[in-house]
Design a protein around this ligand. Structure first.
Ligand code: S3P
Length: 435
């Protein structure tokens, strides 16, 4: 494991049951956006239910360096004094996006509209991830970029005098690319349109109140240059991508009954629930309501014998992109062949998640076939406990933490501290549900 420095390993034994009621921390995608949109809004915003995890903290630090006053009121509430679209100041140092792809890619859109140049970089994982996907459309809008080899960070962003509005058809399904273009569009001359062939999470357009329509099966989102962003009170629901770990845990571990409160049920994020229900999962959605413009609800989950849907591919992939590692774990303990295709972008996440999932599944004794864009396997009885690698990736650590609970015997997950990227109290909840 050259280049990866693990601080903490966790030993996890087979769980007899999981029981209890839990709350999941705030949604990561919405937390990032609430900070960004508050910073460029006119007036003071408060954010309730903010996810105080490493990734959204990186966004906060970037905006502090850009001259925005951000105050932590309570554990989950922050207050931001917005300075309007043109109120950011040139930072005195390179901005640090840490491990966060959402931070670097979305901020790049905002920095493209400023009157100063900025350099932004991140940790040893982020500087390997592709940035050409945002460099290309922002260059079409008139921005000049300096980047490391192969279009990776550090990125130096030189905005033009005035950004050009563009109509941009996304070559890959990505909410981060869509958002970068739309945010730059706030500063452009005219109307910027983004066309998506496969729908991705819609938080940017929802939170900014942008127009979205469907033409010939494609979604078109548009933004008027100069559109003002207004301060408001944000309510952030529980992150469905974080809830997914405990949904799968409760399904896999016999005699379990877990109630997960206040989870976002935004349809662009809940594909994994539909898949698990189709696989025979006993998941009841209770107390459905709306909060801050997002549908939310509680998930009552009971242990179930699952049967795999043979092949998962196509339009559903962007919807479940962050849940594929934990869905693979669910599939490993289920009946029938499992195959996931059309998910090549998983190789560009915090780590190469296709490789990471396949290598840990092999350690469980499963014969996995790895493809460029996915993987396939036939689940086995008598899976093996083992030492699993997190690859420094939060979702891989948590997915194989759940696998370890379901396996007989004792397993170890290496480098579990990375869960702090999106879910700081994950290991604590995992222990508490077994009491
Ligand atoms: C995110 C979009 C997705 C997702 C990431 C968060 C966002 O990335 O994987 O965890 O907040 O917009 P892509 O846009 O690269 O698919």
């Amino acid at each position: 494991m050259l280049g990866i420095f693990y601080i903490m390993d966790k030993q996890i034994s087979h769980a007899k049951y999981l029981k209890g009621e839990i709350s999941i921390p705030g949604d990561k995608s919405i937390s990032h956006r609430a900070v960004m949109f508050s910073a460029i809004a006119e007036g003071e915003s408060t954010i309730q239910g903010f996810l105080y995890a490493a990734d959204p903290r990186s966004t906060i630090e970037c905006f502090r360096d850009l001259g925005i006053h951000i105050q932590k009121n309570t554990k989950n509430e922050i207050c931001i004094k917005g300075k309007g679209l043109y109120g950011l100041k040139k930072p005195s140092k390179t901005l640090d996006a840490g491990n966060s792809g959402t931070t670097i890619r979305l901020i790049a859109g905002i920095l493209s509209g400023q009157t100063f140049s900025t350099t932004i970089s991140g940790d040893e994982y982020l500087i390997k991830r592709p940035m050409k996907r945002i460099i290309d459309p922002l260059t079409l809008m008139g921005v000049k970029f300096e980047s490391a080899q192969n279009g990776t960070a550090p990125l130096t962003i030189h905005p033009p005098k005035k950004l050009q509005a563009i109509t941009y058809e996304l070559p890959i399904a990505s909410a981060q690319v869509k958002s970068a273009v739309l945010l730059a569009g706030l500063y452009a001359d005219g109307i910027t349109e983004v066309i998506e062939n496969e729908p991705s999470r819609n938080h940017t357009e929802n939170m900014l109140g942008l127009e979205s329509s469907i033409r010939n099966g494609k979604t078109i989102i548009s933004v008027d240059g100069g559109k003002k962003v207004f301060a408001k009170e944000f309510f952030i629901p529980g992150d469905p991508s974080s809830a997914a770990f405990f949904v799968v845990a409760a399904l896999l571990i016999p005699h379990s009954e877990v109630l997960i409160k206040n989870v976002s049920l935004n349809p662009s994020r809940t594909g994994f629930l539909n898949i698990l229900i189709k696989m025979g999962g006993d998941i009841q959605i209770e107390n459905k309501r709306e909060n801050g413009g997002e549908p939310i609800g509680d998930l009552a989950v009971r242990s179930s014998q699952l049967k795999n849907i043979e092949i998962i591919s196509g339009d559903i992939i962007p919807n479940i992109i962050d849940e594929i590692p934990i869905l693979a774990v669910a599939a490993a303990f289920s009946e029938n062949q499992f195959e996931i295709r059309g998910a090549a972008d998983l190789r560009n996440k915090e780590t190469d998640r296709i490789h990471a999932v396949c290598s840990n599944l092999k350690k469980m004794g499963i014969d996995v076939e790895e493809f460029q864009d996915g993987f396939a396997f036939l689940p086995k009885k008598n899976l093996l406990s083992n030492r699993f690698e997190s690859f420094g990736d939060h979702r891989i650590a948590m997915a194989f933490g759940i696998a370890s609970l379901a396996l007989q015997g004792e397993s170890t997950v290496r480098g579990v501290e990375c869960a702090d990227i999106s879910f700081p109290n994950f290991w604590q909840i995992l222990d508490e549900l077994q009491k």
